[in-house]
Design a protein around this ligand. Structure first.
Ligand code: SAM
Length: 305
């Protein structure tokens, strides 16, 4: 972080449930441009407010990072929806040696505490939630990233039918970089832009895709992204969840972004859960749409502009 900060906020806690300290630096890995909580010097913060993430390992990692960054006596407010980790928050914080005041409001659990002098178990939580190489994927990965410890079946289906691609392309919502690695195995690919909203995914993809033809962007594809133009191809397994709820508009937005990014005749290769209604969005924006695979509850389309 360039300027020392005295307070941080992780995510976007509902305003009626937590006051955000003035000047707090945003540290969510899911908000492009945010600071890294990993880089906040230990024992430096007066206040931290966390909308704790839903995955257990990911949440314990974020809580441990916040406790490490707070100075002794510094104030932590951690909250989460009850059914998305909130009901376990108090116990998890007590496990770090914290004395927690907990309240329930609007389906959330809100925990408030002052950082103890020597919180317990931070090193273990940081190790469990940090980046690592895993053999089953043969990739670098981190809990919290999409499908962080196994190959997603939709991505596997796309990989099984992906043809040899050529020219300039993009991997939208690149995750760990699985699709990108297959694309870059094609010698005729000149350039590939990997884009994801999750900083951890982009960091892992950088490690996993060590190829001079690859470029990386930590960006939200719901808005415009530089250099996404006149492409020969796009590959993607679009997201369909936002903040835990199914959000079909997100995948449809990815399709619109891909269509804008492709040159006439350029190809989109898309994999999705079979139940997702992407056919209309594809038909509206592409000249031809062909189902290339359908298996195990997933479908793969090739759509040409
Ligand atoms: C279904 S995963 C696919 C990941 C990877 N391509 C794979 O096949 O394993 C979708 C990815 O889109 C990313 N994503 C979600 N919303 C996004 C947004 N608004 N802008 C950019 N990326 C987003 C997620 O972080 C996730 O990595």
């Amino acid at each position: 972080m360039s300027d020392p900060v005295s307070a941080i906020v992780y995510g976007l806690p509902p305003a009626e449930l937590a006051d955000i300290p003035e000047g707090a630096a945003q540290v969510s890995p899911l908000i492009p441009g945010s600071a890294r909580l990993e880089d906040v010097p230990p024992d430096s913060l007066a206040e931290a407010v966390l909308l704790a993430p839903p995955g257990t390992i990911e949440r314990r990692y974020a809580l441990a990072l916040a406790l490490r960054a707070l100075r002794p006596g510094g104030r932590l407010v951690a909250l989460a929806p009850k059914d998305r980790g909130g009901s376990r928050l108090g116990k998890e914080l007590a496990g770090f040696g914290c004395v927690v005041a907990e309240e329930a409001r609007r389906h959330h659990r809100i925990c408030v505490l002052d950082r103890p002098k020597a919180p317990a178990g931070l090193a273990t939580a940081l190790e469990e939630g940090g980046p690592r190489h895993i053999d089953n994927l043969a990739l670098c990965t981190q809990p919290g990233v999409f499908s962080w410890d196994r190959l997603d079946p939709g991505s596997a289906l796309l990989l099984s039918v992906l043809p040899r691609l050529a020219g300039r392309g993009a991997d939208l919502g690149c995750g760990l970089g699985l699709l990108a690695r297959a694309v870059l195995a094609c010698e005729a690919v000149a350039d590939l832009l990997l884009v994801d909203i999750d900083r951890r995914a982009v960091e892992m993809a950088r490690r996993n895709v060590a190829d001079p033809r690859a470029r990386f962007a930590w960006a939200d594809l719901r808005g415009p992204v530089a250099d996404l133009a006149r492409l020969d191809f796009v590959v993607m397994n679009p997201p369909f969840h936002d903040g835990g709820a199914e959000d079909r508009a997100l995948g449809q937005g990815f399709i619109a972004r891909a269509a804008e990014a492709l040159r006439p005749g350029g190809a989109l290769w898309l994999t999705a859960n079979a139940h997702l209604p992407y056919e209309r969005a594809l038909a509206e924006r592409f000249g031809s749409v062909t189902l290339r695979a359908s298996e195990g509850g997933y479908k793969v389309y090739e759509a040409r502009r």
